[in-house]
Design a protein around this ligand. Structure first.
Ligand code: PLP
Length: 450
């Protein structure tokens, strides 16, 4: 007998024959047809023809309300007319030169004025580079090399941070709680000695590491709200305690705000009132173009000042390129506190409606939400750390994901959703209706098992 996951895959395949054909071709030239792990799901992702506002349109003529938004980066939806206009004006002037451009300063000024910790900033091309350089800045400043990172914390793809982002949680796995677990083959084992792991929302665990390792630790690296791990909110006082510990043990506090910058005009640090020493950002600050940036206190960032002898080199062929700067400025201009509040209100409405559908169907699903970031979990309670999200009811998240896709709602395979500023109450209504239907069908699966 077919499983519900297999049945859902069949429905998907019937709706997307052109996408399948295109993807088969892709497999001839890219391993598994894929060039970005997170964009892949079984049996194959849809091939998108175009995107406009809050919607994606695939080659097969299917329309999706986009709650992935290129993993939180398209905060104004797709092809926003103001951003398109600014890019169109700039494009004929050339796209990247190895010299200074005024737009770099404009975007740098906007970011420094908005983000409380950012006295100085430098641009790069991705969130990965942003966390890599923030760590390098911390190491150069403290003259120490190790970092403390949270279990389940995702900070990009450089070796130092590709540890314990999705470790298998078993009864045995926490016997040596500080030990980093490599995510995949190909990482340098030597790097592991520079990483200590602590659970999110557990300041005592961080202090235990610092008590023994403060002479090695350069920085505590943390997402103020865990994104990839499942939109996990900091418990009251947690971030404040990290700030206190960093001061007490002479280590730096780095906030990875690659996702959380969307929570206020000045990111999570402004929202929660905790100011780190360094901040890594990316995604929304590029208005839909590749970007990253890192910045913080003047005396730390001074390490990169080229007027200084032995300045830290900071390469990157496309750092501060004109397209990312122009689109980024436009995106930041559009992102006022007012529109952030509107997105939050719609997100609250979505959370409410999803919770109603969960309760009506009496299924063990919870939803976490901070501002416009949401995540579904097959858990009774909203998780407070990575370990609490793990080992969830086998394939059920995959079933839910495909059910939503088959009903025109584009959510991430891990149950993550985020809103864009162009979404409307009608989009939320249609989404809530699709969830209601999906949860009814999922409740039937639970009944069959019990
Ligand atoms: C919190 C966080 N940090 C860093 C990154 C890496 O960013 P990029 O994919 O631009 O390298 C991501 C990407 O999703 C992220 O969510």
């Amino acid at each position: 007998m077919k499983t519900s996951y297999e049945r859902e895959q069949e429905i998907y395949k019937e709706k997307t024959p052109q996408s399948e054909q295109t993807y088969e071709m892709a497999k001839q030239y890219m391993p598994g047809g894929d060039t970005r792990t997170i964009a892949f799901f079984q049996p194959y992702p849809p091939t998108i023809e175009r995107a406009e506002g809050a919607y994606l349109f695939d080659l097969d003529g299917n329309k999706y309300i986009d709650f992935v938004n290129n993993y939180t980066s398209m905060i104004h939806g797709h092809a926003h007319p103001y951003i398109v206009e600014k890019v169109r004006e700039a494009l004929p002037l050339g796209t990247a030169y190895a010299a200074s451009i005024p737009e770099q300063t404009t975007l740098a000024k906007i970011l420094c004025e908005r983000i409380p910790s950012m006295q100085k900033v430098r641009f790069c091309n991705s969130g990965t580079e942003a966390t890599m350089f923030a760590i390098r800045a911390a190491r150069a400043f403290t003259k120490k090399t190790a970092i403390i990172k949270m279990e389940g914390g995702y900070h990009g793809t450089h070796d130092l941070v590709e540890y314990s982002t999705k470790p298998l949680i078993t009864e045995k796995s926490h016997q040596d709680p500080w030990k980093p677990i490599p995510d995949c083959a190909g990482l340098s084992e030597n790097v592991a000695k520079d990483i200590f792991i602590a659970p999110f929302n557990n300041a005592r665990a961080v202090e235990e590491i610092l008590l023994q390792k403060q002479d090695e630790v350069a920085a505590i690296l943390v997402e103020p709200v865990m994104g990839v791990a499942g939109v996990i909110a900091p418990e009251p006082g947690f971030l404040e305690q990290l700030r206190k510990l960093a001061n007490q043990y002479h280590v730096l506090l780095i906030f990875d705000e690659v996702q959380t910058l969307r929570l206020s005009t000045g990111g999570a640090q402004k929202k929660f009132g905790v100011i780190p020493d360094l901040t890594a950002i990316a995604k929304i600050i590029g208005g839909g173009f590749p970007i990253g940036a890192f910045g913080g206190k003047d005396d730390i960032m001074k390490g990169f000042d080229p007027y200084q002898e032995h300045a830290i080199p900071h390469g990157g062929t496309f750092n501060g390129n004109k397209m990312s700067m122009v689109a980024g400025i436009a995106a930041m201009e559009l992102l006022t506190e007012n529109v952030i509040q509107c997105m939050k209100k719609l997100s609250e409405l979505l959370e409410l409606k999803i919770n109603e559908a969960i309760q009506k169907n009496e299924i063990p699903v919870s939803i976490s939400r901070v501002g416009s970031m949401l995540n579904l979990h097959f858990t009774e309670k909203v998780p407070t750390n990575y370990a609490e999200t793990a080992n969830q009811y086998g394939d059920l998240m995959k079933v839910l994901h495909l059910k939503m896709i088959n009903n025109g709602i584009f959510i991430a395979p891990r149950g993550m959703m985020n809103l864009s500023t162009v979404m409307t109450a009608e989009d939320i209504e249609s989404t809530a209706t699709a969830f209601s239907k999906a949860f009814e069908e999922i409740a039937e699966l639970f009944e069959k098992v019990n």
